[in-house]
Design a protein around this ligand. Sequence first.
Ligand SMILES: [Zn+2]
Length: 199
Amino acid sequence: VIPEVIRKLIKILMKFPSIGPRQATRLAFHLVHQEKSQLENFEQTLKELQKMRICPNCFFPYQGNYRLCPICRDNSRDKHVITIVEKETDLISIEKTKTYKGNYLILGGLAKREMLEPAQKQRLNALERRIKYELGGKVKEIVIALNPNTYGDFTFLLIKKQFENLADKITRLGRGIPTGGEIEFADKQTLIEAFKRRS
Ligand SMILES: [Zn+2]
């Protein structure tokens, strides 16, 4: 009984994180009942989304005709302190504290197994090349801001091994973030404390 176009929409929505078939179906029918102007706005936004670029340094998406994202373009920020996060939302949470003035690398969501995806290895290799050829061979600090769980621990050790000769120190954020807790959802004060007490 489900019309073809809605079936197509459900298929698309089900690819989103934590959206199951039931929610996808509900959302699809919700969209059908939106006003035409609302749907046109949605369509327009999706078109603009396709023009977004991904920063070759930190992998954060940005708009406009620049080579790098606004964070990486900002010369008042310390390029020799690099925080490695899992997701864009982790970066946003850290930026909200307004206390961190370094750069980032977004690794991409960790799979729930003890290995890195090829795309994640590429990102780490891109950082390695950047430190070697653009940042004088060594940075001051790499802060690893991965969630405190088994996969975060495993990835921390991998990164530490790859970068031990490319940074004066490699620290880990997470003391203060409750075990199993998420950086994305940590409140501002907890994050500020976790940064202060990184080790
Ligand atoms: Zn960037």
